[in-house]
Design a protein around this ligand. Structure first.
Ligand code: PMV
Length: 330
């Protein structure tokens, strides 16, 4: 294929119901266990990549990227350029949701980067290759290349060639599913996922149990999604989040991502369920729960989040695949 040299792609973030927590290979970002997530529409990140003469330039959300942000973007491009030599790259990326929304914009950002960079290099669409490339920027990004529900299989190969995400069902499979992000705290977390997972793996005596259990939970979650069993899936998502946080709490020093408001909201869900509202939570490495419910109870879930002090609430539903778009950012 000939190279168009400039391409733009859009991707959605995702929320894991069975989390990825811990790497067996830090450089290649290979996980110890498989994970499963829902791609979140309507939130998105759009990235334009152009290969041309000159030094690499990276701009993220209106400012020049520096330090590890810049080097992670360039690492993804360098892996691509090692296979199909290109010139220097200009990358401009913009998200339509605030980084403070508590959702990692890096998953959507690296998925959009991988899709745009391959397209700019003249390569055909290939979800497996895009997922592997996105994974090198941020592990969870490999699950944002496709929409609906995706499973990141841990793989076995030392080079990571079998560690990528595949779609279980597309976004149209379960349109009534709702994911409500409850922003109960805007505080920056003190330990980033990357460092938190390393510390957990190295020092938590529960780590092996966590990884073994998560691998099995992916299979159970897949079956519950196929059956659209919200109640059982909600229960599974809650116990997986608790198990991840319990494993992290057992690290040395302990890692606690919960804030008092996190716990207050989580504990209120039981009462809401008793009153007939089907709502469960999941929680990434941060203080803001994501509530799982259905379209009919979305307003009730939003009201509950607000009553527990959520200053901002983001309503999401399963989103579609990352796609190449015509409108470039520069
Ligand atoms: O891909 P990273 O480095 O942002 O790590 C993601 C870790 C969790 O969000 C806590 C879990 C997950 O699977 O998304």
């Amino acid at each position: 294929m000939t190279s168009p040299k400039k391409a733009t792609a859009t991707a959605h973030p995702n929320i894991a119901l069975v989390k990825y927590w811990g790497k067996r290979d830090e450089a290649l970002i290979l996980p110890h266990q498989s994970s499963l997530s829902v791609t979140l529409g309507p939130l998105s990140v759009t990235t334009t990549v152009e290969f041309r003469e000159g030094p690499d330039e990276v701009e993220l959300n209106g400012r020049v990227a520096e330090g590890s942000e810049r080097s992670r973007v360039l690492h993804v491009l360098d892996v691509l350029r090692a296979g199909t030599p290109q010139g220097g790259a200009k990358v401009v990326s913009r998200g339509d949701f605030p980084a403070s929304a508590g959702l990692a914009s890096s998953a959507a950002g690296f998925a959009a980067l991988a899709v745009a960079a391959r397209a700019a290099a003249g390569l055909p669409r290939d979800p497996r290759a895009e997922s592997i490339l996105a994974r090198l920027g941020s592990g969870s990004a490999c699950r944002s290349v496709q929409g609906g529900v995706c499973i990141w299989r841990r793989g076995q190969a030392a080079d990571g060639s079998d560690s990528f995400a595949e779609q279980l069902v597309d976004a149209s499979f379960w349109p009534e599913l709702r994911l409500v992000v409850a922003m109960v705290s805007r505080e920056e977390k003190d330990v980033k996922s990357r460092d938190g997972m390393r510390l957990t793996e190295e020092t938590s005596p529960y780590y092996l149990a966590w990884a073994t259990d998560a691998e099995l939970e992916v299979e159970r979650a897949s079956e519950l999604i196929r059956r659209k069993d919200l109640e059982k899936l909600g229960e599974l998502a809650e116990r997986n989040a608790w198990r991840m946080h319990a494993t992290a709490l057992a690290a040395d020093p302990p890692l606690c991502y919960l804030k008092p408001a996190t716990l207050e909201l989580i504990l209120r869900l039981k009462e809401a369920r008793r009153q007939g509202v089907p709502v469960w939570f999941t929680l990434d490495a941060g203080p803001n729960p994501v509530l799982l419910t259905d379209a009919a109870h979305e307003d009730a879930a939003v009201a509950l989040a607000r009553s527990c002090g959520a200053a901002e609430v983001v309503r999401c539903a399963p989103g579609g695949d990352a796609r190449v778009v015509d409108a470039h950012l520069f």
